[in-house]
Design a binder for this molecule. Structure first.
Ligand code: URA
Ligand code: URA
Length: 247
């Protein structure tokens, strides 16, 4: 069956893929429960299994690729001009199974020197924000749109972003988080594929493929405009609500 056939069939049913999938899952769960009640042997329908079935299609599925493989593939990258001025590639760090990934725009001088993301003044503020959320740097994952420092901390250029972005997408598929927090204009506009200003994007979750993206102000911007901290905290509270375990 072609995609077009599938799509017209779905339309004929009057249900979206999601709704059809949900109703199929509900049927499977019901059938399994009935079989259990009838005493049918051979099905192990423990509550955990039923909960896992219920979660199908709602949770992102991780790719088979590991973060180490992606890092190895980047190698001693010279795919774009940023490689000329960098000291270290800043790949990212944290929990390879994180439910929440923070994405900045690119390494600054402290990050370039150490090879670790968000360790300078803006990074220290990010670390405090993560702590205030009841999380830690080890429980989340932190990385950037481009892995090498743009000279003089200028914004990465579109061609540099285009070259590096496939690696971020592979990282996100390997981690399979539920939420991605896009820090600042460059990360938010890149991940949401829009040119709308960050002030118009923040404040709500945006569904992008398998993950929900929360754009918020960059911690470096908060250092210059502390009156925006309240907005960021609102955004983080929305994320925290989403991260609570679901039924
Ligand atoms: N700013 C970023 O966007 N990323 C870092 O890693 C550090 C500062
Ligand atoms: N400009 C940015 O690049 N990021 C912000 O968070 C705010 C203004």
């Amino acid at each position: 069956m072609t995609n077009e056939d599938a799509s017209s069939q779905r339309q004929a049913c009057g249900l979206s893929t999601d709704a059809r999938f949900e109703s199929l899952l509900a049927e499977v769960c019901e059938t399994l429960k009935e079989l259990r009640e009838e005493g049918v042997e051979g099905f192990r329908c423990r509550p955990e299994s039923l909960a896992a079935v219920k979660a199908w299609g709602r949770l992102p599925v991780a790719s088979q690729e590991r973060l180490e493989d992606i890092r190895a593939d980047i190698g001693a990258c010279t795919r774009c001009g940023l490689s000329a001025g960098r000291r270290h590639i800043v790949f990212g760090e944290g929990n390879p199974h994180a439910e929440l990934v923070f994405v900045g725009e690119g390494p600054g001088s402290d990050e370039d020197r150490s090879g670790r993301p968000f360790v300078g003044p803006a990074g220290q503020l990010l670390t405090r924000i993560i702590g205030a959320m009841g999380l830690s740097r080890e429980r989340v994952y932190i990385c950037n749109i481009v892995k090498c420092r743009p000279p003089g901390n200028r914004n990465p250029r579109p061609d540099e972003i285009e070259t590096c972005l496939p690696f971020l997408h592979r990282q996100l598929r390997a981690i399979a988080p539920r939420f991605v927090c896009a820090l600042g204009k460059v990360a938010a506009q890149t991940l949401l594929e829009t040119e709308r200003p960050i002030s118009r994007l923040r404040g709500r979750l945006h569904r992008v493929g398998d993950w929900q993206v929360m754009p918020t102000f960059h911690p470096a911007y908060l250092l210059r405009s502390p009156e925006r901290k309240r907005d960021v905290w609102q955004d983080m509270q929305l994320l925290m609500r989403g991260l609570k375990p679901r039924d």
